[in-house]
Design a protein around this ligand. Structure first.
Ligand code: B12
Length: 269
């Protein structure tokens, strides 16, 4: 039967060998190993040529990456969840975009299911545990090139329990070239401020606010931080509407997502 090597396919498609390898790894183009190397059948290549080109945000099928992840998370399938992330990364997705385009939308989708009753509390908890492990593995892939832009300390109020948004926010700030000290959730204001005050090259302090109804706790945390540290303080997370809301709560700037605050953070350097 007429079969081709990946190099022959690359030549025929007029693309790089690695591009063909990626098509195979992501399941766009069927190939089988023969004697240790990948071979593509002529018929499979002809079918591939007739199909529309694979687009960046999509996986093997037409299902977006984050929806594929939701399915594995709801099954509490740790290995399968990581495989979906690996497949997206093999297709060139950066760590930052795995967070932005896969993990955050997947957790939001699970939150919607929690509200409409299609996802049980146990499923949401198990999915959060698996996601925490995915975040730990992704986090280990982040390595800073060049000199640090300084340290950002991140923490929460004493009443906040959403760890995942904080962990993801910390990594997205690290990707901008900052050192981040992540103090975790459920943090007493005095200890938060005292630890921040001891940091070298401190650029700013961020308070992650995801849970609702924390006005007093936020004000108390910001006041305590102001007493002990002089750098800008920012608020962020799903419970912060925008910069005006953050200012009303006593901070210097803020917004719901990390991308809302990055320009101000870079200005503070
Ligand atoms: C998992 C989850 C939980 C888990 C948390 C597990 C964990 N380890 O984190 C548990 C079970 C503990 C939980 C508890 C509760 N939760 Co909850 N939870 C969620 C869920 C499903 C996913 C959260 C998540 O990881 N999202 C993914 C994150 C990464 O997305 P994101 O927040 O948009 O991420 C960006 C921002 O957060 C930002 N960011 C984060 N930190 C910071 C900091 C700074 C400084 C900046 C600038 C930006 C920033 O950076 C991220 C990237 O841009 C959400 C649903 C949702 N829509 O997110 C509900 C959700 C957040 N929870 C909600 C609620 C109501 C609760 C409870 C009150 C429920 C209850 N009745 O007990 C409690 C509150 C507990 C507490 N006191 O903190 C609401 C909050 C609504 C609101 N704010 O008005 C949500 C939105 C669900 C909903 N639609 O009702 N929850």
């Amino acid at each position: 039967m007429d079969s081709l090597t990946l190099h022959e396919v690359a030549e025929e498609l007029d693309v790089h060998y690695m591009t063909v390898y990626r098509y195979v790894r992501l399941g766009y183009l069927h190939a089988e190993k023969e004697g240790g190397s990948w071979r593509v059948q002529r018929q499979d290549l002809d079918e591939f040529i007739d199909k529309p080109a694979p687009s960046a945000g999509r996986g093997q099928s037409d299902t977006p990456w984050h929806e594929r992840l939701v399915q594995r998370l709801l099954a509490a399938d740790q290995a399968g969840s990581w495989k979906v992330v690996e497949a997206a990364q093999a297709g060139g997705m950066s760590v930052g975009n795995v967070y932005r385009e896969m993990i955050i939308p997947a957790m939001k989708r699970i939150g919607e299911g929690w509200i409409d009753g299609s996802v049980s509390i146990a499923q949401e908890h198990a999915a959060s545990q698996v996601t925490t492990r995915l975040v730990s593995r992704l986090s280990a892939q982040i390595s800073r090139r060049g000199v640090s832009k300084g340290t950002v300390v991140l923490g929460t109020t004493a009443t906040e329990l959403h760890t995942l948004p904080l962990m993801i926010a910390a990594d997205l700030i690290r990707l901008e070239g900052f050192e981040v000290l992540d103090l975790g959730t459920n943090l007493p204001a005095g200890s938060f401020a005292e630890t921040a005050s001891r940091q070298q090259r401190l650029i700013a302090i961020g308070v992650s606010v995801t849970a609702p109804d924390q006005v007093n706790a936020i004000k108390e945390t910001v006041a305590e931080l102001r007493e002990q540290v002089e750098v800008p303080i920012f608020l962020g997370g799903a419970s912060i509407d925008g910069p005006e809301h953050a200012k009303l709560l006593g901070a210097d700037f803020g917004g719901p997502t990390i991308d809302d605050i990055i320009p101000s953070l870079l200005e503070a350097v």
